[in-house]
Structures are given as C-alpha cells and as structure tokens.
Ligand binder design. Structure first.
Ligand code: NAD
Ligand code: ZN
Length: 352
C-alpha cells in the first residue's frame, strides 16, 4: 500500500493499493472512533462493492446506512443532493457523523457537496472506484452539482478527511471508462512526471496501477497544496482541457471527457512544436501513450468552431484565456492568449 499526504489547509492521507475495500473500516478507524456512517454509492457500485465495504466498516464498529442512487451524470443534481440531505436529517446524523463516497466522480462530487453543507459542514471519506476518481476527482476537495445552465455550477471547496483507493476496483471498469481515466494519467505525466509516460505506454500497465495512481496523486496533491482554491497554479491541471471541453460540447458529449482531453492535449502539443515552444517529437511520445489506451489523437473539429467555443469557457478572464503548453514531457507552462492568438494556435495544432 502507498500513502500520499495532501497538505491542504486540512491535511489528509490518500491510501492506494489492492484489497483496500476490505480494509476501509480498519483504515477509517485509525482516524475516527466508531460513529454513524452514510455509505453513498450508485446502483452499479452498490452491487459490485457495496456489501464488502459495508461489512468492512461495520466490522470496525461504524454504524453503516446505505444511500443508493441511479448511476450517471444526471444524479449530480440539486434533486439528488436534496434527497441525500433529507436522508441524513431523517436519520438524525450529527456533525460528527461521517459520509463515505464509494464510486466514481459523480458519487464523490455529490457526497462532498452534501458534506460541505450538511449542518454547515461535516467530514467525508472518498473511496474512488473509477480510475478518473482515483487520480482526479477524489483528491483536491472540489465538489459540485450541475445546473441547467451548465456542469458543476454550484459547489464548494471542501476537502475529504481521508481517501482510500482500492486499485482492484478498476478490473470491472468498462474499457472506455478505464481509457478516460488513463487520459488524465497521461496529463499528469505531461505536466510533471516524464517517467510516468513510459509506464503508461508500457505493456505491464494492469499490474502497475498502484504505482501509476500514486504518481498521479502526488502530482495532484502538490498542485492542490500550492493553490487549494484553484486561482493560479492549479490551472496547470487544465492541460488539454480548454480544447477538450470544446470538443465535448461540439460532439454533444458523444466524445467522452477523457477522449476529448486526449485530443486537446494533442492539439496543444502539436501547436507547441510548431511554435518552437518545445522540441519536435513530443507529440509522438504523447500519441504513443494515448494509443496504448485506444484514446483518439486526431481532432475532427475545425479551429474556428473550437476557438469560439473555447472562448466561452468559464476559465476565460476578460479578453484572455490561459492555455497550457508543453515545454517538454513533464513540463508545461501557462500561456495567456487572446482570441485571435487562440485561433492561430489551434490552427497550428490541427495543421490547418
Ligand atoms: N471534483 C473534481 O475535482 C472532479 C475532477 C474530474 C471530474 N469530476 C467529475 O467526475 C465525474 C465523472 O466521474 P467518473 O468518470 O468516475 O463517472 P461516474 O461516477 O459516473 O462513474 C462512471 C460509471 O462507472 C460505474 N462504475 C464506477 N466504478 C466502477 C467499477 N469499479 N467497475 C464498474 N463500473 C464502475 C458507475 O456506476 C458509472 O456508471 C463528472 O461528473 C466530473 O464532473 C470531478
Ligand atoms: Zn479532466
């Protein structure tokens, strides 16, 4: 088992390893005396891992009550949030009781937001079961639900008190979900860990998840420690995401987030090569790692459409948008661009 400490305002450990679903209760008991624990999960995760997680927490003395909701992004809603809060109130949860999010990013975001507002804030544990949740959403304390006007528009920064990641869970993930998580791992390698790119492009990936997740979490934790509330340094985590979000929208979400980020990273990297911002050859190293997970490397949308969409991105500040460009594998820089520059950069990235 690996342990990564997240030095947020309220520091917490991330445990990463195999078989941790069965040890979750023991690990939680290191931090908490027995108390009530609401185990929040979607229906898929409940049937795959719910019984063992419940048994593990119960054996460690926690009084477990399960809250199960419908899988999918639609559950990241005010309606589901309200049902979860009512569930806690009806069962007389107090501020010292615990919430535990067992599942993917949807479960983590919903549970974290509920924890941030229930009785003005109570503690919660993240138990990620998707690769994306393990390397991204379970660490850093961004919580949210979606609004009609857009994704993640209502939320809070609210750090978990503990993250327990059982890498064995990835074995049941659909291939496309695993690939989408891998796109974020590739992102971490590009922004700060060149050796990780080799690990990801190698043959032994299924055997090395513990190490891969550890490296990604170390990276995310470092950025979170510098910029807990996403004002500056944390922007580096958006590598590939400005174009990625535009692609997701243009495809009406048929292209999944990780796939869109893969294309976005390729566009930015090819552009950086053209601009002389980085040495040639970096895009082929990137493409090699992405292809190992059957992730797309070519973007089917034209620069004009991507640029106009990208400029509506919430990350825009006035007339400028901050892009992330690679200098080398493992080193990216913030690059503020105007709308005209952005269009030109995307054109270069697409070879238009
Ligand atoms: N808070 C953050 O910092 C942050 C960062 C990135 C993404 N997100 C959010 O995360 C969400 C996406 O997360 P996700 O991709 O994990 O989606 P998800 O939670 O919907 O999970 C994807 C699907 O996989 C199923 N599943 C989960 N674990 C499984 C397993 N081990 N085996 C088989 N099936 C399993 C789920 O039931 C679901 O159907 C989005 O809402 C996004 O906005 C948040
Ligand atoms: Zn992402």
């Amino acid at each position: 088992m690996k342990i990564v400490e997240v030095a947020a305002g309220k520091p917490y450990p991330v445990y990463i390893g195999g078989g941790l679903n069965d040890r979750a209760g023991v690990l939680a008991a290191l931090r908490y005396s027995p108390r009530k624990l609401a185990l929040v999960m979607d229906r898929n995760v409940a049937s795959l891992f719910g019984a063992r997680a419940e048994a593990s927490f119960s054996a460690a003395g926690f009084r477990v009550e399960k809250y199960v909701f419908e899988p999918g992004e639609d559950s990241k809603s005010f309606e589901e949030l309200s049902r979860l809060l009512e569930f806690l109130a009806e069962r007389e949860y107090g501020r010292n009781d615990l919430l535990a999010a067992l599942g993917g990013g949807v479960t983590g975001d919903l549970t974290g937001f509920a924890a941030s507002v229930y009785q003005r804030g109570c503690e919660y544990i993240q138990l990620p079961t998707t690769l994306l949740a393990a390397v991204d959403s379970s660490v850093g304390g961004k919580t949210a639900v979606n609004m009609r006007a857009g994704k993640n528009l209502a939320g809070a920064f609210w750090q978990p008190s503990l993250v327990i990641c059982d890498c064995d869970a990835f074995a049941t993930l659909p291939a496309r979900e695993l690939s989408c998580g891998a796109a974020e791992c590739v992102k971490y390698s590009m922004i700060g860990n060149p050796a990780l790119l080799g690990l990801l492009a190698g043959d032994a990936v299924p055997l090395r998840w513990e190490e891969i997740v550890e490296r990604c979490v170390i990276q995310k934790a470092a950025v979170v420690a510098l910029d807990e509330r996403d004002t500056d340094a944390r922007q580096i985590l958006n590598f590939g995401h400005t174009i990625g979000h535009a692609i997701e929208h243009l495809s009406k979400f048929k292209v999944l987030h990780g796939e869109a980020v893969a294309m976005g990273m390729m566009v930015m990297t090819r552009a950086a090569e053209q601009m002389g911002f980085c040495a040639p050859g970096i895009s082929s190293a990137l493409a090699g790692a992405l292809s190992a997970f059957d992730l797309p490397t070519d973007c089917p949308y034209p620069a004009d459409a991507l640029a106009s969409h990208a400029f509506t991105d919430k990350k825009r500040r006035g007339d400028e948008i901050t892009l992330i460009l690679p200098r080398a594998v493992g080193e990216c820089e913030l690059y503020p661009a105007t709308v005209n520059e952005l269009r030109e950069i995307i054109r270069m990235g697409l070879g238009e």
